[in-house]
Design a binder for this molecule. Structure first.
Ligand code: 3HC
Length: 296
């Protein structure tokens, strides 16, 4: 089966980015959300991103229109029934995901590949909400924020994924212009397995007075050539998301390095989620010139 039509579930930051790269790669792409407002919001982000690429000359204005014409939004599951692959990027809630997959399994054609963009939930736990046949066609495809710019996709195989389906997904990742890496279904896959303990350790270093927010960020940025220091990155990814991933990883591995530090928990309880809420390790009152928060 050749992949021609792509379905994306969720039009948030990740879903809209995935839809954008699929349409840019030439696939007919339909995005399902729970409301028209959320579709409009997600498509607004896509328009902005495409406009940036057009401004830079990465794409022409004709291409910009063509990409846009390959994208459609819907609030109905039925419109995903004939997709060749569906990439799910909805809220990181196991029950929500299982119920979504169950409904889709009943209406999608038998060949449809199901892929989850989860960053931390086990693919196997989602997969078991579907039929035995579908379980062979169930994988993880984990993208990185901002999806239109980040070149990586982790393609995740469970113990039941068919080899052919897996290779097709790897090939599809390449067609999206990404570099696929192969990962097993272990919570956090490759990137978060390494990135999350690093980010948590930075918070512990701050708690212990090793350095300030700005100094720790600068140290890793300038000393290691990372594009963002750990606190800027945490604010960018979302501290609620980071906390949630850390909790899941801690529950899976029961290792101290995955345990969210008390400061992170308190920040999330206080609504300091990072950029999206206007405050995290930095205050984004002036988004171009964030100032460090006084947290210790
Ligand atoms: N679409 C199109 N263009 C975009 C864009 C988008 N969505 N976002 C940014 N750009 C453009 C900007 O307009 C800018 O263009 P310019 O050079 O013409 O001004 C260019 O990209 C660079 O952006 P910025 O100047 O804002 O900033 P940077 O040079 O720092 O680049 C970045 C931005 C690519 C995000 C870079 O900082 C970076 O690589 N940061 C690390 C991101 C990262 O680690 N992501 C992974 C997070 S972990 C994750 O997602 C997994 C999850 O499970 C937690």
């Amino acid at each position: 089966m050749e992949i021609r039509k792509v379905g994306v579930l969720g039009c948030g930051l990740m879903g809209s980015g995935i839809a954008q790269v699929a349409a840019t790669a030439g696939f007919e792409t339909v995005v399902k959300e729970v409301s028209d407002d959320l579709i409009a919001k997600g498509f607004g982000g896509i328009e902005k991103s495409l406009a940036k690429f057009a401004e830079k000359g990465t794409i022409t204005s004709d291409q910009q229109r063509e990409i846009r014409s390959r994208l459609s939004g819907t609030t109905s599951f039925a419109e995903l029934a004939d997709c060749d692959i569906i990439i799910e990027a909805i809220i990181e809630n196991l029950e929500e995901k299982r119920s979504t997959y169950k409904q889709l399994d009943e209406i999608c054609k038998p060949e449809t590949i199901f892929a989850s963009n989860t960053s931390s939930i086990s693919i196997t736990e989602m997969m078991t909400a579907t039929s035995v046949e579908r379980q062979r066609r169930f994988i993880g495809m984990h993208f990185f924020n901002p999806v239109p710019l980040m070149k990586l996709v982790e393609v995740v195989k469970t113990i039941l994924t068919d080899d052919d389906v897996y290779e097709q997904a790897v090939d599809f990742g390449k067609k999206l212009g990404k570099v696929p890496v192969r990962a097993g279904d272990k919570t956090g896959f490759i990137v978060n397995r390494l990135l999350v303990p690093y980010m948590l350790d930075a918070i512990r270093a701050l708690e212990e007075g090793v350095g300030s927010i700005v100094d720790i960020d600068n140290a890793m940025k300038l000393g290691c050539g990372y594009p963002m220091g750990p606190f800027t990155l945490g604010d960018f990814v979302g501290l609620d998301t980071t906390y949630y991933i850390a909790e899941i990883m801690f529950n899976e591995f029961r290792e101290k390095r995955f345990a969210p530090p008390p400061l992170l928990k308190r920040m999330v309880l206080a609504g300091l989620y990072g950029r999206k809420s206007g405050r995290g390790f930095y205050d984004y009152k002036d988004p171009k010139n964030p100032t460090p928060m006084n947290l210790i």
